[in-house]
Design a protein. Structure first.
Lengths: 392, 440
């Protein structure tokens, strides 16, 4: 396994030195399977209460610190003897049973900060020491993909909002799309030709960025219209989040060429009256992810897609005075897909040993990133941390 | 105070030109049509700046129009009302500042859920946005929409809620790195008891924590007002506000020495935003090449300046819808951080929205609808030939780029247009949808 990976990375260097290997004739070696692999990142915005998602129901402290918010152990979906998934996450529990889900406990970063923005910056840049940078971890991956295949669209943000820092890149422009319908371009063919000429002149700085953005947008608009309307083989729930995942499945199925997708589910900042809102959010998450995986299976591409689910931080173990929870530190993340080694990773939280009232970080988020960057996509990771063995 | 970076601009021969007056009109306000730009140009730079400062009264009839729409409770109607004030061209700097403070003290209807409170906050920004920043910050801290937005009602003795205390330091007044977690916790305690009743501010004495707090090293039984005064007394505060003004009026990523001088100026002008902005608008820095077309135009300013520069007649609601599709929904900023601006304005969906709206606007010249009216012969100044069409469109919309590769590419495309009207719409649409035009 490791040898093959090493070969791939070294191989790129070798081929640069010996151009005949990458010559213009037919490929000497079959296309490396990794080049088809796709990473989907699901961001749970606001700080998801990981403790009520992956519930440590054997620990008395859980019930003591959460008199109104603790989950009834009998209603949980069991994962192992000590942990169960929230009652509204039946679909995800089923996927876990099939070995499609890796659960990593206590993920976070050193020197936790309880600011949403700072914490998000750390996750997005992958750099706890210099989080205020302007290149994101997915942007760095997009740049690497683009360096090998300049014609594709390496990354896409699904949701239509402004582009998250994670996708900011040095040289790659990543579009953000809400759905395929926002992509219908107006203007005559004659005008399209004229604007092509105007876009073609040489530019520098921000003008060059805008010209590249325009080119990528026009191209994406034309190609997206072709692949997005394909029917799906699986019924999806009605949420906007599910529609976004459905669009990703269609684009993967039609070999749109995008390797990195980013999508958000918001509303996790549950400071007050958490229980009903959080249950709804987890249901939305679980049902949409389940449909997504079943859809990928039906389309024969489940083995090509790995999905990371993370949030900027977990929440305080002790519930607050308004039946909610405040900002905390470590929290579980999920990695799911046909090429994922399902099971539990990291150190499960021990609620008798908290740090400032929080579940401490026991797994550095960069070791999850490394598994996806290096082992999954075959690209250069953003840190030197050892990758968790999450994927095949 | 002695000015260096912000010393007044004395234009050399030919420097006070179409490009300079266009820059002023789009930054100090939301643009101006050809005839008005010509008038401002003829009067000289000092009078032109005066015009943006002295035309200070919003259109009274439009302003009063809010009363009729508030009972409907529709936030988009309020946003369209604001757009109509922006498009009116009256009190241009006041509307610019109101938009800036809305972005800075970003409060969303998504949580406030009350149109009257959003209107009240908007009025605060319009009426006091050019005044003393210290008074503005105090007023924002007791603004009902803000209290709901950042959980003032939940901030009580014994169970403090840090939401407002954190954001006032991180985003509104100081910037990250200029306070400790302790300062936040203690300020939150000082602010306990501040909440709302109905649509008004209400202080509840029993909810206030009267104990001793330590904020920025000072000990005392501080209340909310005192906590805000302690924040305002931090040297980071005038710098934070100076940086914000420079990002808006000069260029993103302002240099350290610009920030230092502007912060000093702000304090020496008794924290008057209006007088500080006036000095910026008259400065060499404001008219320098590094300030010109240095920002990616946000959707509201892009839509409004385009409509006003072309002298198009567009219902405020349609203008608002265009801005919303491009990713800026007034009264619903994405987070308390506001709109991140610059590159984050641009994504494929947003670019397609910009393209479609601007292309459609230019087409209104030949496909006049009941709602949108545009006469490009009038807007551009009676062109006689396809060649004129290109030149006049460039002179009006990108006056610093009438020569060179960009102008040549437009000219080449328009040369063979089948009629003068097609040449006019073609040249205008090409310039409007070109990257160059989206820098303001």
């Amino acid at each position: 396994m490791n040898t093959r990976r090493q070969f791939l990375i070294d191989g790129l260097r070798v081929s640069a030195a010996l151009p005949f290997l990458a010559g213009t004739g037919p490929r000497l070696f079959p296309r490396e399977a990794r080049e088809e692999r796709v990473l989907v990142v699901v961001q749970l915005t606001g700080g998801n209460d990981g403790l009520n998602m992956v519930v440590p129901h054997r620990q008395d402290a859980y019930f003591r610190l959460r008199p109104t918010l603790s989950q009834d152990p009998r209603k949980l979906h069991p994962l192992d003897g000590d942990h169960g998934l929230h009652p509204s996450m039946g679909g995800l529990a089923e996927l876990y049973g099939e070995g499609l889900v890796a659960v990593v406990h206590g993920v976070g970063y050193p020197g936790a900060d309880r600011s949403h923005f700072r914490s998000m910056e750390v996750w997005h840049t992958g750099d706890p020491d210099h989080p205020a940078g302007d290149v994101g971890w997915l942007g760095r991956l997009a740049d690497q993909v683009a360096a090998e295949d300049a014609t594709g669209l390496p990354a896409l943000q699904i949701g239509g909002g402004s582009l998250p820092l994670a996708l900011w890149a040095r040289s790659t422009f990543t579009p953000s799309v809400r759905d395929a319908s926002g992509f219908r371009l107006e203007g005559s063919a004659r005008f399209a030709k004229a604007r092509g000429r105007v876009l073609g002149i040489e530019r520098r700085g921000t003008e060059a960025f805008l010209a590249e953005a325009a080119r990528v947008s026009y191209d994406a608009a034309e190609r997206m219209a072709r692949s997005a309307d394909r029917p799906s083989k699986v019924e999806y729930p009605g949420s906007g989040f599910a529609r976004g995942l459905r669009l990703i499945a269609r684009l993967v199925e039609s070999r749109f060429g995008t390797r990195i997708f980013h999508i958000e589910l918001g509303g996790f900042d549950t400071h007050s009256r958490q229980a009903p809102a959080h249950a709804d959010l987890l249901r939305t998450l679980s049902s949409a992810l389940t449909a997504f995986l079943r859809d990928l299976e039906a389309s024969g591409v489940a083995g090509d897609v790995a999905t990371l689910v993370f949030s900027e931080f977990g929440r305080r173990v002790q519930e607050n005075g308004s039946r909610g929870t405040d900002h905390g530190q470590g929290a579980p993340v999920f990695v799911l897909g046909g090429g994922v080694r399902g099971g539990m990773y990291g150190t499960p939280p021990d609620l008798t040993h908290l740090v400032e009232g929080d579940v401490p970080t026991t797994t550095d988020f960069r070791s999850v990133y490394a598994a996806l960057e290096k082992d999954w996509l075959g690209l250069t990771p953003s840190s030197s941390l050892r990758a968790l063995p999450l994927v095949t | 105070m002695k000015l260096h970076v912000l010393r007044p601009w004395r234009p050399g021969r030919g420097e006070w030109n179409r490009a300079a007056v266009y820059h002023l009109a789009r930054r100090a306000g939301f643009g101006a049509g050809r005839a008005e730009l010509d008038r401002l140009l003829a009067g000289g730079v000092s009078d032109a700046v005066d015009r943006f400062l002295s035309d200070d009264a919003p259109d009274a009839r439009l302003l009063a129009g809010a009363a009729a729409l508030l009972p409907q409770g529709e936030i988009d109607a309020l946003a369209a009302w604001w757009m109509s004030l922006i498009l009116s061209g009256k009190a241009p700097l006041r509307e610019r500042i109101a938009l800036l403070w809305h972005d800075h003290f970003a409060t969303s209807f998504a949580k406030v859920k009350d149109v009257r409170m959003m209107h009240r906050q908007n009025t605060l920004f319009r009426e006091r946005g050019l005044g003393d920043f210290r008074e503005l910050l105090h007023a924002v801290a007791t603004d009902p929409a803000m209290l709901i937005w950042l959980d003032g009602d939940a901030n009580r003795a014994g169970t403090p809620n840090e939401n407002f205390a954190r954001e006032v330091m991180e985003l509104f007044a100081l910037g990250i790195g200029n306070y400790t977690e302790r300062d936040i916790q203690e300020s939150a305690r000082a602010l306990t008891g501040w909440g709302t009743e109905g649509r008004s501010f209400r202080y509840r004495a029993p909810d206030h924590d009267g104990g001793t707090k330590t904020i920025f090293g000072e000990r005392g039984t501080f209340g909310g007002e005192e906590a805000i005064d302690l924040i305002l007394a931090q040297p980071a505060c005038p710098r934070h506000i100076a940086r914000r003004l420079l990002e808006e009026f000069v260029a993103p990523n302002p240099r350290k020495e610009w920030v230092e001088e502007t912060a000093e100026l702000l304090v020496s002008e008794d924290w008057s935003i209006g007088r500080t902005v006036e000095v910026i608008l008259r400065s060499e820095l404001f008219f320098s090449p590094q300030a010109r077309r240095s920002r990616i135009a946000g959707p509201i300013e892009l839509v409004a300046t385009t409509i006003r520069t072309l002298g198009a007649r567009v219902p405020a609601r349609l203008a608002l819808e265009a801005a919303m599709r491009m990713g800026q929904i007034p009264f619903q900023p994405p987070s308390v951080k506001g709109w991140d601006g610059m590159k984050t304005w641009i994504n494929a969906g947003a670019w397609v929205a910009r393209h479609n709206a601007l292309w459609r606007l230019a087409r209104a010249h030949v496909e006049d609808t009941d709602e949108v009216h545009l006469d490009l012969r009038d807007s551009l100044g009676s062109p006689k030939s396809n060649e004129d069409a290109t030149r006049f469109a460039l002179e009006l919309l990108t006056p610093d780029l009438v020569d060179g590769a960009f102008a040549e590419a437009v000219r080449e495309s328009v040369r063979s247009a089948p009629s003068l009207d097609e040449a006019l719409t073609g040249a205008t649409a090409l310039v409007l949808t070109a990257p160059e035009y989206h820098l303001i």
